[in-house]
Design a binder for this molecule. Structure first.
Ligand SMILES: [Ca+2]
Ligand SMILES: [Ca+2]
Length: 103
């Protein structure tokens, strides 16, 4: 569980970049590492269910409020931002592209 909270902080920083709460450079290798940790069944993709486990309810709620969305709306919106080709799976390449775009 210690791992889990460290991972959560990094992911919130990564995907929260648009909200202005990020600010440090992530290398491709670091993003790949984040992807591997979020991909809990290790099939090479992050699906929506795995994404939902990447942050606590409180963090999702805080981010949703900042955007003026419900938690469900925010989660769908954020997942779709990362899932560039809308196939329901986030690849390491898609996560790297998102990180490059936002940082
Ligand atoms: Ca997976
Ligand atoms: Ca995809």
């Amino acid at each position: 569980m210690n791992n889990y909270s460290a991972k959560t902080v990094v992911i919130v920083s990564l995907l929260g970049a648009l909200n202005g709460c990020a600010g440090f450079m992530l290398t491709d290798e670091m993003v790949e590492g984040i992807h591997q940790e979020m991909d809990t069944n290790h099939d090479g993709y992050i699906v929506f269910q795995e994404y939902l486990q990447s942050a606590s309810k409180g963090e999702f709620l805080r981010n949703a409020k900042e955007k003026g969305m419900t938690v469900a709306e925010f989660q769908r919106w954020e997942f779709n931002r990362a899932d560039a080709n809308r196939d329901g799976k986030i690849t390491p390449q898609e996560l790297i592209a998102l990180a490059r775009k936002e940082l």
